[in-house]
Ligand binder design. Structure first.
Ligand SMILES: *[C@@H]1O[C@H](CO)[C@@H](O)[C@H](O)[C@H]1NC(C)=O
Length: 345
């Protein structure tokens, strides 16, 4: 059902997005005639852009992932807009931006248009072209088509030029600066892999001898208390990793074994399996409600959670999601558009 409110909001957004995209394109070609690497040169070779800042002796970065399948450039593309809002919050917003010049990498698979890459790059993100990551033989059955490309975000584990990366889904609202997350003990201290033979599967690649994976659990719904109660399942939208090609090789070996993990929730189910709590590489959780909450509500906002994870723009969520974070997200999007209009006109 399309409500009148939805039509109005979408039309406004389409007009705003089209106008700003035209302005941006014009500005880009006017001031930046060089063209970044062409789509045809996309490979698994990852460029290192600028030397990443060193914090506590570690090279650190933020990262996100855009895999939109909207190819008509004049069509409203909420995930592209969400990536722009995220980049604005991490790099430019006076309250939430990085104080330490920590870069934002955005992974993009080959089907994301050059036009969208250029806009994100012109707004400060570092575009990292990557190939899709899929099992050698198809066996996955994701809950929705939207999850098809989600394993691709694991390519972050191959970026060994960084010591720590905070991965953040693009449907995220920030309430404060995230830089201090890199000072958390659960981010600095590397874990030693266990050796319980009962947890070693002979058809999987060997585990690395050390690892680091710190995340948040799924809160299970919008009516959770504050702080939310920690569960055993990893939420794939917010996690801190130490890039390690041996760990990526392990994940790929798991991905290539049909039904080794339930595939409905794709990469987050695989991560929950690989880092199961009774296995040899158990995951660690951030303190609940401190850095991130999924299914957020007003109590999370009042409790000071740094990032709130949801598709705030989606009117299908309107009957259950708390209005407060929704209204905050729309204000953040408007602030982002106003910021770039001021810079570019
Ligand atoms: C692209 O989207 C616009 C806006 O929705 C629409 O008017 C146009 O017909 C579409 N073009 C194509 C080729 O589908």
């Amino acid at each position: 059902m399309i409500t009148p409110v939805k039509i109005r909001a979408n039309q406004l957004t389409i007009v705003a997005a089209t106008v700003s995209a035209c302005i941006l394109l014009f500005t880009f070609f006017k001031i930046a005639p060089h063209s970044p690497s062409a789509a045809s040169s996309i490979s698994t070779q990852i460029p290192l852009f600028t030397a990443p800042p060193v914090r506590n002796g570690l090279k650190v970065a933020y990262a996100s992932f855009l895999s939109t399948r909207v190819t008509n450039e004049s069509e409203y593309d909420p995930y592209f807009t969400a990536s722009r809002v995220l980049a604005y919050q991490l790099l430019h917003h006076p309250v939430t931006k990085t104080r330490d010049n920590i870069p934002l990498l955005i992974l993009v698979p080959p089907h994301v248009s050059e036009h969208k890459r250029k806009i994100l790059a012109s707004e400060g993100a570092q575009i990292v072209p990557v190939d899709l990551l899929l099992p050698d033989t198809p066996w996955l059955s994701p809950a929705t088509d939207r999850y098809d490309d989600q394993f691709t975000k694991l390519r972050l584990f191959g970026l060994e030029q960084y010591d720590r990366i905070l991965y953040v889904d693009n449907d995220m609202l920030l309430t404060r600066c995230l830089d201090p997350i890199f000072d958390e003990p659960a981010v600095m201290e590397v874990q030693t892999t266990g050796a319980d033979p009962a947890s070693i599967e002979s058809d999987e690649a060997p585990l690395p001898s050390t690892y680091l994976f710190t995340g948040v659990s799924d809160t299970g719904g919008g009516d959770h208390p504050f702080p939310p109660v920690e569960g055993d399942d990893i939420n794939g939208g917010f996690f801190l990793l130490r890039p390690d090609r041996a760990l990526l090789a392990y994940y790929k070996s798991v991905l290539n074994i049909p039904n080794r993990f339930p595939s409905v929730f794709m990469e987050q189910s695989m991560l929950t399996y690989a880092h199961r709590r009774d296995g040899n590489m158990p995951w660690r959780a951030f303190e609940m409600g401190k850095w991130n909450t999924n299914w957020p509500n007003e109590k999370d906002v009042e409790g000071g959670t740094a990032t709130l994870h949801d598709k705030f723009w989606d009117s299908l969520n309107k009957d259950w999601i708390d209005r407060k974070p929704v209204e905050m997200w729309w204000r953040m999007q408007g602030q982002m558009e106003g910021f770039w209009q001021g810079k570019r006109e």
